[in-house]
Structures are given as C-alpha cells and as structure tokens.
Design a protein around this ligand. Structure first.
Ligand code: ARG
Length: 570
C-alpha cells in the first residue's frame, strides 16, 4: 500500500505545483496527509483537503475539485472529489495481483527493510530475579522483549539479547537466612526452585513478625559482596537451580539469549563508575547513603550506595550500560520492564547523562502494564503467584482436551499441543497495547473461536492444507477481475510493511498481533465465499491459490515475529 500511497503523493505534489504555483508541497508532506477512508466504497486513499486550505488559501472543496481534474495516473482507476476530499480508487484486480506477486517474489522477506543494516541494538529483557519465582509478571518482558528483538532483526539490525538476571541483591541475603533457618540441602535438591520460592515466601512472613530478620539478611548480603566463600557457594547453587528452570520456559518459547550477564557480573565494574561520580561532584550523602540529587528534574534522588556501602539496582544498571556501550557499541539499548520501574529508568538515564556519557539518548525504556489472572493480582512476597511454567502446563492440558474433542488432525501430537497451548498465552498477552493492564482469562485465551492464538494458528494450518491438497506449484496471480473478498484480502496483505514500521516505531508488538487478526478475518471471509480448489476456471483457481500462498507467507512471518509457532496441522 505504501507504493500506491507514494504514487498518489507524487501525483498530488506535481499537480499542486502546476495549479497553485508559487505554492509547493513535497511528496513526503502529502504522503503524511493521506488517509485510508473508513469505507473503501469512497476510495482506497483520500486526501482531506482542509489540511491544505491554509497554505493554498482556498476552500477545501475547491482544492479537491481542481486537483481531481488535474491528476492523471494510471495507478488509479478513478480520482474524484467529494466534500473536500480527494479520493483515489485503484484498479482493484491489477492492484490485488501486483500485491500477491510481490509477496510471492519476496517470500519471508516481504515487509522487511534493511534500515538497520550495520547498526546494533541491545535488548535487555526477561531478566527474572533469581530465587524469586518466574511468574506471569515476567511474561510481558519476555515476549514483548523477544518480539522486539525479532522485529529489529527483520529490518536488518544486529541484535544482542541480554538476560540481565537479578542474581545479586538483598534477596540473596534473605534466602540465605531462610535456607539456614528453615531449609535443608535435601529439600532444595529435591524440589529445586519450588523450595527456593517457599523459603523466600517464608522469610517474608516471618520478617513481618520479626524485623530483625531483615538486618540479618542485609548482613548476609554484605558478606556476599565481600566475597565470603560460604555465601558465594550457596549463591552459585541458587543461581544454577534457577537458571535451569528458566531455560525450560525459554525452550518452550523458542527464545535464546546472547548473554546471561546478570547483575552480579557488574560487581567489579561499579567502583570506577562510582569514583567518576565522586570526582564529578555528583554524589551527595543523604542519611549515610550516597545519592545523586535529581531535584532539578523533579525526581527523587538516585541511590548509588547504601549506608553500609553496598551497591544498589541503579548502580548496577549504570555500570552495565557503560559496559554494553564499550562491548557492543550499540545504536540503541532497549530495556523492557513493568511500568513500575519507569522512575528507576528515568533516574539512572539522567545520571548517565550527568556523567557526560553521550550515549544517554540511545537508552530506551519500554514499559508495560500489570497482569492479573482471572481477576486476581499477583504478589511474590505473599506467595500469591502463578508460575509461568504452571500456566503453560495448564494451557497445554486444556488444548489437548479440545483437540481430542474436535478429532483434530494432530490430536495425539504432544508437540502441536504445546505449540498451540503456549502460543495461545503469548497471543492473548500480545493482543493488547502493552501499557494496558491485563486480566488474564485462560478460557478466553484458549478458545478456538474467538480472536485467539489457536484461531490464528488454525487459519495458518488451513492455508497449509489447501496448498498441500493443490499440490506443489509456483503460483502467480493475474486477475482480470476480482471479487470483493479477494480485493479486501489483498488490501490487508498490502498493509503489512506499514504495520512492521508501526510496531517498531512504537515498540508495540500488539500492532502485529492485531494485524494477524485482520488478515485471518479477511482470509476466512475469502475462504467461505470464494471457491478455491473447486473453482471451475483453471485461471481463477491458480489466482486463488496464489492468494492463499501469499496469505500463508505473510501470516507465517507475522506469527513468527510475535513468538508464535506455526504448526502445519492442528
Ligand atoms: N530483574 C528485574 C525485575 O525482575 C528486571 C531487570 C530489568 N533490566 C535492567 N537492566 N534493570 O524486575
């Protein structure tokens, strides 16, 4: 659609120069003004001429009429004026055929660009806190982060995915106290992460009654920071148990990281940064702690060192950013976390700027809203958590049931059940704008009939099966006339490149998810209303198979970009 839009913009820009000189309007300016009319009966593209009446000092109705008379372009079958709008109608069959063939020619690259060529993006995402549960609050950072990675790769960036594990901090002091007081080696060995979570929750329950436990925890963490052997060994053990657990989840989602350098990695990289802040006079002492005052920017102070000299979350983030810039020389460094951390990022981004690092404006925080399940809010500390792995397991079980009930072609297939179950959760999650708070309804997510992952995957499988039945072929599309459904479907295919751009510029994978639903709806309408395999005319049949092939291609790309598997049979 962009090509067509550019052609319209060129024609308008030329007409403006010849009709209204000395006024000029660049094609790019016109391009920005062009709209898609809500009803395609009016046209496929429209220029609201009131946007020009100031510059051209004429009423919109007059501008639209003059332009309509002046413009000649063979890309369009009709250019007309109505109520101050200049409407473009394309030659539907030609347009549809051209789009389909473009998709078939470009294949999995359709929609891609090389705008990121030679540039590097670091993406910091998922990053669970070791020894705390990997719960559904982390679903957002994991799938938004990975999808942003895939989107950037799609347009040519080199991507470095970093799992900034929360493997350092007071929680380890808490866990050590809890383990030594209420735990045992046998229990941890047997139940692994579940036992660590139990101990963590127990600590918080007990600390409510006995606040002295918090001091003990702080002391244990200080010992860890001082490289106490015994604490280091425990720490390593806890980290490994947790990592093994996370990796099971990542495998289900087909996610791999380039680096698992967590917070602990930056231990030795912090002192030089702290020194730099001191030298620059940025640190002030506040109740014994060292902070950077940010009053001027209407933010509370950024904490750098606690009273006992131990470092904090922002301190590690600052050291990590400097290290990443030196190591990867990124053009952009993206952090995906819950919106609860907005202030944290705003604060330390500012500190980086104050430290004189010129890459401060290449740091981007991408926040997202909260998640509850069936109306219940989650909280790690009280033990009211739903682990991601349990949610996946539940979804997979349910999917198996549905597939058996429906006598699906892949009913006994474990792998497909996993792909559909996990996919359902990912899709449901990524259907909403990321800042929106989500109430997860498992039943809704798993429905095969709603606007869900299973429905999208099912549509993909339907394309696969049609093409399989038709037999291999290098289909092309040469429509002489096209049905309404065919044109509507081609129009959706044509929108894909713009959606990719939108998803990237807004850091919003949901743009792709919603596009998938639009594409599925258009395809299913086409599928129900147009004969494909049973079309009598061979040429019509080939055109429709070409269309089906193009849908399968774009749907496959789009699903892949939001971390969704694409089974050929369901
Ligand atoms: N571990 C943190 C959490 O679970 C997220 C870390 C995000 N990345 C960062 N560089 N701060 O809340």
């Amino acid at each position: 659609m962009q090509k067509l839009k550019m052609q319209a913009a060129d024609a308008i820009s030329a007409a403006v120069s010849s009709l209204f000189a000395p006024a000029t309007l660049s094609a790019q300016e016109v391009f920005e003004m062009l709209e898609y009319p809500p009803d395609t009966k009016m046209g496929d593209l429209a220029l609201p001429c009131f946007k020009l009446s100031r510059t051209l000092r004429r009423p919109p109705v007059k501008i639209a009429e003059d332009l309509a008379n002046a413009i000649q372009s063979d890309a369009f079958s009709e250019v007309s004026a109505l109520n101050g709008y200049l409407n473009f109608k394309m030659n539907a069959a030609t347009f549809a055929s051209r789009i389909v063939n473009t998709v078939l020619d470009e294949g999995a690259r359709y929609g891609a660009t090389d705008e990121g060529k030679g540039k590097t993006v670091v993406l910091d995402y998922s990053s669970p806190n070791v020894a705390k549960p990997f719960h559904i609050g982390h679903l957002g950072t994991t799938v938004i982060g990975h999808s942003l990675r895939l989107l950037h790769e799609f347009v040519g960036y080199k991507c470095i995915g970093i799992n900034h594990l929360g493997d350092w901090g007071t929680q380890f002091g808490k866990l050590m106290v809890a383990y030594r007081t209420w735990g045992s080696r046998e229990e941890v060995e047997e139940k692994e992460i579940d036992e660590l979570v139990r101990l963590y929750v127990k600590f918080h329950e007990e600390a409510e009654k006995d606040p002295a436990l918090n001091d003990a925890a702080r002391a244990e963490f200080a010992k860890l920071e001082a490289h106490d052997e015994e604490n280091l060994a425990l720490w390593r053990w806890f980290v490994n148990i947790s990592l093994r657990e996370y990796q099971k989840t990542y495998r289900m989602l087909n996610i791999e990281f380039d680096s698992y350098n967590g917070e602990s990695f930056y231990t030795d990289l912090m002192p030089p940064q702290i020194q730099k802040m001191k030298d620059m006079g940025l640190l002030t002492i506040d109740d014994g702690a060292s902070v950077v005052n940010l009053e001027e920017w209407n933010m509370p102070p950024c904490l750098i060192l606690k009273r006992d000299g131990s470092t904090l979350y922002p301190t590690r983030d600052i050291a990590a950013a400097v290290y990443r810039k030196e190591t990867y020389d990124f053009d952009k460094c993206i952090y995906v976390t819950s919106a609860g951390q907005c202030l944290h990022f705003a604060q330390w981004f500012k500190v980086v700027e104050l430290m004189g690092y010129d890459f401060y404006d290449k740091l981007l925080h991408v926040p997202y809203g909260t998640v509850s399940i069936n109306g219940e809010k989650l909280a790690t500390r009280t033990g009211n958590v739903i682990l991601l792995k349990d949610l996946f397991a539940q979804a997979i079980e349910k999917v198996k049931g549905v597939m058996e009930e429906k006598h699906s072609a892949a009913a006994a297939d474990e792998k497909t059940a996993e792909e559909v179950g996990v996919g359902a959760i990912v899709f449901y999650y990524l259907s909403n704008n990321r800042m929106r708070d989500i109430n997860f309804m498992l039943e809704d997510a798993l429905s095969f009939d709603g606007n869900t992952g299973p429905y999208a995957q099912y549509t993909y499988a339907r394309c696969s099966s049609l093409l399989e039945k038709a037999g291999a072929g290098a289909y092309r599309c040469h429509m002489e006339s096209a049905t309404e459904e065919e044109v509507a479907l081609a129009r959706v295919l044509a929108l894909f490149p713009e959606k990719i751009q939108g998803a990237l510029s807004e850091s919003e994978p949901s743009v792709v998810t919603r596009y998938i639903l639009e594409l599925c709806a258009a395809f299913n309408r086409f599928y129900h209303d147009c004969q494909i395999l049973s079309a009598e005319d061979e040429a019509v049949k080939e055109n429709r198979l070409a269309l089906t092939q193009a849908v399968k291609t774009v749907l496959g790309t789009a699903l892949h970009l939001i971390c969704m598997p694409t089974p050929n049979k369901i």
